[in-house]
Design a protein around this ligand. Sequence first.
Ligand code: HEC
Ligand code: HEC
Ligand code: HEC
Ligand code: HEC
Ligand code: HEC
Ligand code: HEC
Ligand code: HEC
Ligand code: HEC
Ligand code: HEC
Ligand code: HEC
Ligand code: HEC
Length: 387
Amino acid sequence: MKTIFYFLALFIFGYAAAEQGKTQEEKPPIVPEKRVLHPPFEIGDCTLCHVEKDGNKYALSQEPPDLCYMCHERKDTKTRVHGPIAAGMCTACHDPHQSDTMRLLKADSVNDLCFACHEDKKKQFLSKPYMHPPVKDQCINCHDPHQENHRYRLFADRRFDLCVSCHADKKEWVEKVKNKHGAIKIKDRCLNCHDPHSSENEKFLRKPTAMDVCLTCHNKELKREEDGVTLMNMKKHLDENPDWHGPIQWGDCAMCHNPHGSDNFRMLKLPFPETFYASFNINKYICFMCHETERFTEVLTTTATNFRNGEVNLHYVHVNQKKGRTCRACHDWHATRDTPHHIRKYMKFGKIKAPLRYIPTKTGGSCAPMCHPRRYYDRENPVINKR
Ligand code: HEC
Ligand code: HEC
Ligand code: HEC
Ligand code: HEC
Ligand code: HEC
Ligand code: HEC
Ligand code: HEC
Ligand code: HEC
Ligand code: HEC
Ligand code: HEC
Ligand code: HEC
């Protein structure tokens, strides 16, 4: 029994040793076996790149990048050259022979390749819940791996041109709208509000809510270039007036304003009258996106509004007229304080700022603006106001 095993072991060992010797002699040290083959390697003429030198059969005839530039265009002729290319390290990213990844890459995917060196970015991008689809796909959707003339080797100017090369609808929109947003013209343009890679926030916003984004600039008075109109300091207004209107409580200024501009007054998503007085038209009030219209269309009512004297609908009386008062006469739908129903303290009439002097009661209220002396309304016991 023992002898049989002995001979068997000897036989196997001898055979294996003979095979190994054969491989060393005849089989080249690297054989084509991967999916992507570099043509000069594939044709098997190793001397295209290798020479025998000092006993090394596979010494390089010259070092990269010059070796590569024998057959390829230079990758360092533009104004911005990627670090490893400037250092001639073509083989940091490419295998000169073969790879299972396109373009002979030394990683399983483009992003793995980039992240191999940019580990900090990997952490930064992947730790956030919202990732811009082209970033998730591959970094080279925007960055050239070798060289470019634009900053960060992007294919186009990072602040606008790059974004609209894919978001063509946005380019069309921001160019065609009547009321353009200063935010898209100044500083970092699209990047003022959006992160190009990834974000904690939906739509890759740089701040948790649209409002936080808005208040990074609207924390001071801003001037409109076209007509020199000064826009109020919204942050200060909100800080001083803690009773915020619903959508502002939700942090969503973009429910009413289109951050990319619009054809409507003040870049609103729907129309709103520009002036103190306006001929009433249901389609002219963005407010009706959320509020019911009966409040303004019913002459007599006991339900549609609380702004009534008995059954007489005072919203109708004031608003639904040829020379109707627009909501801005009485309300401030950004924010108010001390008064209910977002009733404003002062109305702006031309250049004049006049107090409303609104006083609510349990069943009605009164006010004494500059339009008329103090008048009262009461839902339960209608008041007869003296003329
Ligand atoms: C297009 C040029 C090119 C061709 C063609 C080429 N090689 Fe290479 N080879 C290189 C470069 C460049 C390196 C150095 C790799 C590095 O630094 O990572 C290399 C390295 C090697 C090495 C060293 C071990 C290693 O992988 O680093 C061997 C062995 C080798 N090549 C064998 C071959 C054989 C065999 C052939 C022909 C079938 C061949 N090469 C064809 C460019 C080439
Ligand atoms: C002897 C000529 C020759 C040399 C030297 C050479 N290449 Fe190539 N390479 C080619 C040819 C031919 C192709 C196929 C045509 C093309 O894509 O330009 C190619 C293609 C490539 C590709 C694209 C592969 C694909 O999947 O499309 C990469 C990447 C590449 N080479 C990198 C290198 C690098 C890096 C070096 C230097 C280490 C190098 N080459 C040296 C001839 C060469
Ligand atoms: C930082 C990693 C990296 C380095 C370093 C690098 N490449 Fe590339 N290379 C890539 C990637 C990624 C692609 C794929 C680009 C694509 O498909 O658009 C690519 C594509 C190529 C291609 C095929 C497409 C083209 O642009 O012609 C060639 C040839 C090439 N590289 C040559 C080189 C040479 C030569 C060097 C050294 C001077 C080099 N690469 C250095 C990452 C790199
Ligand atoms: C072999 C390592 C290596 C790989 C792989 C690599 N990079 Fe780089 N990258 C560098 C170095 C080194 C710098 C220059 C360091 C610096 O200036 O911060 C750099 C700089 C950059 C910069 C400019 C950073 C700045 O702040 O100016 C960008 C953008 C960049 N790389 C993108 C990429 C992308 C995209 C990929 C994948 C296609 C990639 N890198 C793959 C090493 C690498
Ligand atoms: C949608 C286009 C786009 C894609 C895809 C993209 N980037 Fe960028 N990248 C940009 C823009 C725009 C900037 C300039 C940012 C700025 O100025 O604030 C930038 C800047 C950078 C910088 C330098 C500035 C910094 O933040 O450190 C690095 C590094 C970088 N990108 C790496 C990557 C990597 C890695 C990937 C792939 C995982 C990638 N990028 C994919 C658009 C892109
Ligand atoms: C390479 C093409 C490409 C580039 C360049 C690009 N994007 Fe995108 N972006 C996409 C794709 C694809 C989507 C996902 C599909 C969609 O919603 O349009 C997307 C989605 C978005 C979204 C979210 C859309 C939604 O409804 O949720 C925002 C915001 C965005 N991109 C902003 C930008 C900004 C800002 C830039 C410039 C820094 C930019 N993109 C550059 C391709 C691109
Ligand atoms: C003032 C800040 C701001 C600027 C500047 C800005 N955006 Fe936006 N963007 C937003 C906000 C806020 C949203 C979410 C809008 C909403 O909910 O209606 C958004 C949404 C988007 C969306 C997805 C929804 C949609 O409207 O299609 C895309 C795509 C987008 N922006 C691209 C861009 C591009 C491209 C630029 C530059 C031309 C840009 N943004 C400039 C704030 C901005
Ligand atoms: C990067 C700075 C910046 C950010 C962020 C920003 N704005 Fe503006 N905004 C401006 C400037 C500058 C103006 C005045 C210049 C102009 O529009 O011509 C302006 C004007 C406006 C106007 C008046 C437009 C008109 O037609 O009269 C409104 C309304 C407005 N912004 C709302 C917003 C909202 C809502 C957000 C957040 C989604 C926001 N802004 C974010 C800079 C910014
Ligand atoms: C309910 C809809 C609505 C919401 C939500 C809203 N706005 Fe407005 N906003 C308007 C209307 C309507 C006007 C026009 C006011 C006028 O001219 O009296 C306006 C005017 C403005 C103006 C110009 C003010 C001026 O001085 O003439 C700015 C700036 C502004 N909004 C920013 C914001 C910001 C920032 C937010 C979020 C904090 C926001 N808005 C939320 C409806 C809204
Ligand atoms: C002349 C002043 C005035 C005008 C103009 C006015 N309102 Fe009012 N509104 C009031 C008063 C006063 C109340 C409080 C009624 C009460 O509860 O006693 C009120 C209440 C409201 C309420 C709370 C529900 C209700 O009807 O009791 C809403 C919503 C409202 N107004 C929306 C609007 C809108 C939208 C516009 C413009 C289309 C507008 N208002 C125009 C004075 C006005
Ligand atoms: C996106 C939806 C939305 C739009 C558009 C909107 N509102 Fe409102 N509004 C609300 C919500 C939600 C509330 C309840 C929370 C609160 O009191 O602010 C509210 C409350 C009010 C109140 C106080 C109601 C009460 O019972 O005290 C008034 C007044 C008001 N809105 C006026 C307006 C005016 C004027 C406009 C148009 C410029 C407008 N709203 C546009 C959502 C909206």
